[in-house]
Design a protein around this ligand. Sequence first.
Ligand code: PEP
Ligand code: MN
Length: 355
Amino acid sequence: MIIMNTDATQEQVDRVIKEINKYGLRADMSKGEYKTIIGLVGDERKIPFNHFASLPGVKEAIPIETPYKLISREYTKFFKEPAEDKLIHVGSVVIGSNKPVYIAGPCAVESRTQVMKIAEGVKNAGANILRGGIFKPRSSVHSFQGLGATDWKKAEEALRWLNEAGKQFEMPVVTEVRGEAQVDLIAEYADILQIGARNMYDQDLLTTVGKKKKPVLFKRHFGAGIEEFLSFAEYIAAESNKNIILCERGIIPIGKGKSYTRYILDLGAVPAIKKETYLPVIVDPSHAMGRSDLIFNMSCAAVAAGAAGLMIEVHYDPKAALVDGSQMITPLELAKVIKACNNIYTTVASATGVN
Ligand code: PEP
Ligand code: MN
């Protein structure tokens, strides 16, 4: 990381960037109110820090060891308070501020009527952002793959329905991008691009999505450690896109016999990740539990653990859903979750002095 003097000129900044490129690395610019910080993207071992420290306009040149330095609190402490959290603005919604954000909607968009009806339901329940899958990651090729699998025209039509439902009920929309080929199309219609758990390790997808400069909802793989999760989020940040919403959605169950939940919701990861990074962390209890009867409790627990929001699958008639019906709750149940979670948030925040 290169910290420029407060009065460094643009020429001096440009010179540093040029030198960084000369060593085969890329520069990540962060302009604070008073300081310009240039992060290094690439193998820092190639960088002669003493040389950089002696360049005109440079205040300090320091190596940073963590694999997720661009998103780490360590990085921001040089130009703002380390405790400061990143606020992500999507339309009029702010993620990471002093109010939990609720993302809700069907697992998959199935028809215009379905997504419209669910959008109305979740909006009335208090949701802020509408979700709905069009390209679904599925374990079996024989199951419903989302309308995106039909053909490109159907995918676009479904995206239009989602977008329209979002506009009509004043909610930004999020949908999953399952592969690089889908990025351009989805970015035209979605306000937030989701990278699903199964694709957390797809660094080419992460880079392509990052380049779109739209907020990204980034899910933890069910087998990934926290450091690994953050290290892959860094691929998005390395494209100068720090609008990343991290999402804990459960890890692989342990032991023999029935687990009774689809995954283990790792709520300890929430406060632990928040110590490491300034990015907001949300929780998806739906895919973690796989059961609608456990969503209320785990939502409450997630907010108590410090989650900046929740992503919950909702359907007016869960049994009729083509995917994930067993974990979906109704709009009425969502309203109860939101009410309880807002109360819990206020209690926890006032006790910890956040508010
Ligand atoms: C989803 O959110 O639609 C989804 C498939 O979740 P995950 O990637 O966490 O399994
Ligand atoms: Mn689902």
